[in-house]
Each structure stands twice: as C-alpha cells, then as structure tokens.
Design a protein around this ligand. Structure first.
Ligand code: GDP
Ligand code: MG
Length: 442
C-alpha cells in the first residue's frame, strides 16, 4: 500500500518545477505511517523522519527529473544505513577462548540462537565450540541447551540448578581453557521483564567472563516494547551486537530500527526459523524494504526459488494481497515494484518453470516494454475507475485513451491484462500458489 501511495505522490510531483516543503511533507507522512505500521517506536520514527527531511531538503533533489522517487531512494538508503554498518560477523579477536555472552528477555530465542551460533562458528569459522547454560532457574532450560548443542555438533559443559551462575561461568571458562576451545558460548537465564536481580546477575557474569561479544537477542515480533527492553539492557551491559530473531514471522521487523537506534550496536544476525540452521547474516538493505513494505514480492521470489520454507512463502503470498479486491491501483503498484526489481522477465527467470507456465498467460516481455505506457493509461483514469474497473465502458475508454495519448485498443489490452493478473492474485489468495509449489516439492 505504501508503494501505491508513494507512486501516486510521485506522479503528482512529476513535472512540477520544484519540490516544495508540502510535497516532502506528504511523502514523509506516508513513510511515517509505514514505519509505525512496522512497529518502529514513535520517538525513533520522529528522529528518522527528521533526519530524512534534512537530507532531502539539503540535497539537490530539485534538479531531479523525479524528485519523489529520489526521496523514496533517500528514505530507503537512510533506513538501510541506520540499521547496518557492515559489521556483520562475530568478533573472535581475543585470547582463546573467545567468550560470547547471550542476553535478552525470556523467550527471545537465546538458547536457540546459542546453538545456531555454535553451528555457524563450527562450519563457517572452523572453531572448536563449547556451550554452557547459566539458566539455573529452570532445569529444562539446561537440558534444552544440551539437546540443541548436540544438534549443532558442539560440546556442552554441564551445569545444575543448585549452582551459582558465576561459579558455572568460572568452571566453564576453566574447562574451555584447559581443553583448548576457541569459543565459549554462555546462555543465560530468561528475564520475563526487566528485573533488577537478574540484571545484576548478568552484570556479574559479564565481569567474570569478560566476553568479547555481548549479544542482545531480541524477538522481531516484540514491536513497540523493544525500545524499553533494549534501553534497559544497554544500560546494564556494554552490548556489542544484536541478533534479531523470528524474522520468519509476520512482523515487518520495525524492532530492528528501534533496537539499533537505542543501543547503537550493530545487528549481526537474523533468526529465520526454529531450526538450527535458521540463522542468517543480517541484510540491512533487504530489511529496509521489508519495513517499508516493498520487499514482500522480492522475499516471495527468493523463498520460491529456494524452494524450501513453504510456511513462510505462504504467509508472504497472503501478504501479496490481503485486502479485499485486487484493483487497478494494486496493478499499478505491481508494475512499479516489478520495474524496481529489474523488469518482469528477470523476475520470471527467478521463478520455477511450472509457476512461470501458469503465469504465462500474461506476456511478460511485452509487459516490460510497455510498463510506462500502462502507467500512463492507469494515471488517466479517475480514482473511482481504478477501484472499479468494470465502470470503464466505451466513452470512458475513449477519454482515457485520449488522456494517455494511446489507441482505445491499448486500453482494452491493459484491462484484459489486469483481469488476468487479478485472476492470478485470486488463485494465490486461495492457496493456488501453495498447491503448485507443494506439487513441485513432491
Ligand atoms: P530463550 O528463552 O531466550 O532461551 O528462548 P528460546 O531459545 O528457548 O526460544 C523461544 C522460542 O522461540 C522457542 O520455541 C524457539 O524455537 C523459538 N525461536 C527462537 N528463534 C526463532 C526464530 O528465529 N524463528 C522462529 N520461528 N522461532 C524461533
Ligand atoms: Mg533459554
């Protein structure tokens, strides 16, 4: 919906001699809504918008042919720059064992992420990894770490609920040193909310362990609250990095921007499934697209070509169009999105052939060549016509064709294509896409 609104605003601005304060205001209002919808915390949104506005007005956007698009570009770039600074991987520059301390609320994904990181360090960095749990409040949590550590192919150091966390830490550190482990991963007790006693405990652990990495693990679904949690942990500990978990869920992941802004620590990894290999290096640019609501289709394509995570793909497919009807405004938005991705045919190349065949009813090559003409045609329609294409009969068609400087046949062709696309969308909504993909998966 954002793309659609921005597209309209871009249209309105195109051809205007200068970009006015009011123009920027309109665009930024939409961006602000998108950020809030993605659950970015309000103060963070305010800061961000102010910064973008400064940049936009300061830069020579005036001379640009499409100032609106330039502004969208600035927003996207600024968002990615805010969230990422290229410091992706784990820092192991310490006298071995390099200690990594995991911090975060209960349920954030600390234990799961500990095992994922162990696997990552073993496979990608060829390290000898030991894990230990300082979660003495729940015996099951210690067992959980043992299980997932085994899955990761790392070694697990036993601890028991009657021990003090700092004694566990000392013993594990000693064991790691004597057995030449490269890395010691320390899982900690979950905090349901910010809790003084537990905060003190993790500070003690930090003092004993002197970790090279103190990672703040945060659930991407946490939304607005993420800011307060992040602030409390930042005040208690010198955080060196963030792991954003559960990005495979529905959330637009605005927590990334909030947490990054509050802690100043780089977002290093993203958790993308419950499974042990569900860890990815955080990609700030892609995440910027997700927050702004422009990355859904790209993400869908990636999921489909990877041919793996059906559930996530299903959610994304539902997101492609979750509103009631697919109308011409949506169609226009799709054209724009596809153009952004480097053309329809390159998109089709990325899709599995069976899906391409299904979509083959739409002539992708011609569509790509004619995108601009189509935009022109849709823009010559009234808002009502775009919402209710069935209104467009002979006289309206003539008026639209004249407005766009094309033949009536071309308007007809566009309407037909729209109907086909609408049919595809309905199929996707009804799970047709999923059925197709399931069949392919055997
Ligand atoms: P902890 O209390 O911080 O140690 O959290 P856990 O590691 O026990 O994780 C809590 C729940 O979240 C578990 O059910 C995990 O399987 C799940 N979880 C953790 N990370 C992810 C993720 O990236 N994606 C999904 N879908 N689930 C996750
Ligand atoms: Mg745990």
């Amino acid at each position: 919906a954002l793309t659609e609104k921005l597209t309209r605003l871009v249209k309105e601005m195109r051809g205007q001699a200068r970009i006015t304060e009011a123009n920027v205001q309109d665009m930024l209002r939409e961006v602000r809504m998108a950020l809030l919808e993605a659950d970015v915390a309000l103060p963070v949104v305010r800061d961000f918008i102010a910064r973008v506005k400064d940049k936009a007005l300061g830069q020579e956007v005036l001379g640009s042919l499409k100032p609106g698009q330039a502004l969208v570009g600035i927003v996207n770039k600024e968002l990615a720059a805010t969230m990422g600074d290229g410091v992706a991987d784990i820092n192991l520059a310490a006298q071995p064992p390099a200690v990594i301390l995991m911090a975060g609320l209960q349920g954030a994904g600390k234990t799961t992420t500990t095992a994922k990181l162990a696997k990552h360090l073993i496979e990608k960095r060829k390290k000898k990894v030991l894990t230990v749990s300082g979660d003495v409040y729940r015996p099951a949590a210690i067992e959980q770490l043992k299980t997932v550590t085994k899955q990761a192919g790392a070694e697990w150091f036993p601890s028991t609920p009657d021990q003090k966390p700092r004694d566990i830490a000392t013993a594990a550190l000693d064991h790691a040193r004597r057995h030449y482990f490269d890395v010691l991963l320390v899982d900690t007790a979950g905090r349901l909310a910010i809790d003084e006693v537990l905060m003190q405990e993790i500070q003690d652990l930090h003092a004993v362990l002197r970790p090279v990495e103190t990672l703040f693990v945060v659930d991407a679904m946490q939304g607005q609250d993420a800011v307060n949690t992040a602030r409390a942990f930042k005040e208690a500990l010198p955080l060196t990095g963030i792991v954003l978990t559960k990005l495979d869920g529905d959330s637009r992941g605005g927590a990334a921007l909030s947490v990054r802004s509050v802690t100043g620590a780089p977002i290093k990894f993203a958790g993308v499934s419950e499974k042990i290999d569900g860890l990815e290096v955080f990609d700030a640019e892609r995440h910027a697209g997700r927050i702004l609501g422009m990355g859904d289709i790209v993400a869908l394509v990636e999921q489909v070509s990877a041919g793996v995570d059906m559930e996530a793909a299903q959610k994304l497919a539902a997101k492609v169009k979750s509103g009631d009807g697919f109308d011409l405004n949506d169609f226009l938005g799709q054209l724009q999105q596809m153009k952004q991705m480097g053309g329809l045919s390159s998109l089709m190349d990325k899709l599995p052939s069976e899906l391409t065949a299904k979509a083959g009813a739409v002539d992708m090559d011609r569509a790509e060549r004619d995108v601009r003409r189509k935009e022109g045609i849709i823009c010559s329609m009234t808002a009502q016509e775009r919402r209710k294409p069935e209104l467009i009969k002979a006289t309206r068609k003539k008026r639209i064709a004249d407005g766009a400087g094309v033949q009536v046949q071309e308007v007809n062709r566009l309407l037909k294509e729209f109907e086909q696309m609408q049919g595809m969308m309905k199929k996707m909504k009804g799970g047709g896409l999923m059925k197709m993909m399931k069949k392919m998966g055997g």
